[in-house]
Design a protein around this ligand. Structure first.
Ligand code: ZN
Ligand code: FE
Length: 242
């Protein structure tokens, strides 16, 4: 079964994602923060929007939710843990819950760290796809605004268990600045140096660096490579000062 995935760039560096199930035409959007570009993308894909998936409560991910819900009559799914500070949910999600976009079945992963109630969506299709918003970035991870290093370490361990070929759809285009910091942590990491060079080429050509792959992040992302919560915490604190 094919899940068609389209990026919707928002603001200066956010990504929302449009998901359309090839078998049924069922369509979902992840993090519809800015209604104008979201509506345009939905109309370009046929004008149907069934589902809205929210990853976490920050405005740059959820602000357009009510406008888009009203416009298309879509149902809104988000974390049970954060229901009180998300737009009104039609379904509250927990770790391991199944979410279906037509015939494409996904799973909810609770991934605290950036916020306490942050969730990610994993679709084990071919190729597998992970929507991880502000938990994992290419060559970086989200700021620990609410959670602890141990929270983030546990969340990234969940991701590390996914197949290497998983396409990683992050919530921001932060890769170039993440690469500059990552090289200060692991200056001799060949996979990182290669990825950093690729990112420089991609950005110079005006291309997106997202999605990345789980294999690439395991090889080059210092936060994915941290061996303990303490080590992750030290790297995160250094990035905050960078
Ligand atoms: Zn955020
Ligand atoms: Fe964000």
């Amino acid at each position: 079964m094919t899940l068609h995935i389209t990026p919707i760039p928002l603001f200066s560096d956010n990504y929302a994602w449009l998901l359309r199930d090839g078998a049924t035409g069922t369509t979902a959007v992840i993090d519809p923060a800015d209604p104008g570009p979201i509506e345009a993308a939905v109309m370009a894909a046929g004008g149907r929007l069934d589902l809205i998936f929210l990853t976490h409560h920050h405005d740059d991910h959820v602000a357009g939710t009510d406008a888009i819900r009203e416009k298309f009559g879509a149902k809104v799914f988000g974390a049970a843990a954060d229901a009180r500070r998300l737009p009104k949910l039609d379904r509250a999600l927990k770790q391991g819950d199944s979410v279906a976009v037509g015939a494409s079945e996904g799973t909810v992963l609770e991934t605290p760290g950036h916020t306490i109630g942050h969730i990610s969506f994993y679709f084990p299709g071919d190729p597998p796809a992970l929507f991880c918003a502000d938990t994992l970035f290419s060559l970086g991870c989200g700021k620990l605004l609410e959670g602890t290093p141990a929270d983030m370490f546990g969340s990234l361990r969940k991701f590390a268990g996914l197949p290497d070929g998983t396409l990683v759809y992050c919530g921001h285009e932060y890769t170039a600045s993440n690469a500059r910091f990552a090289l200060t942590v692991e200056p001799d990491n060949a996979a990182l140096r290669e990825r950093a060079a690729e990112v420089t080429r991609q950005r110079a050509a005006g291309q997106s660096t997202v999605p990345t792959t789980m294999a690439q992040e395991k090889a080059a992302n210092p936060f994915m490579r941290a061996g303990s919560a303490e080590e992750l915490g030290r790297i995160r604190a250094a990035k905050d000062r960078f």
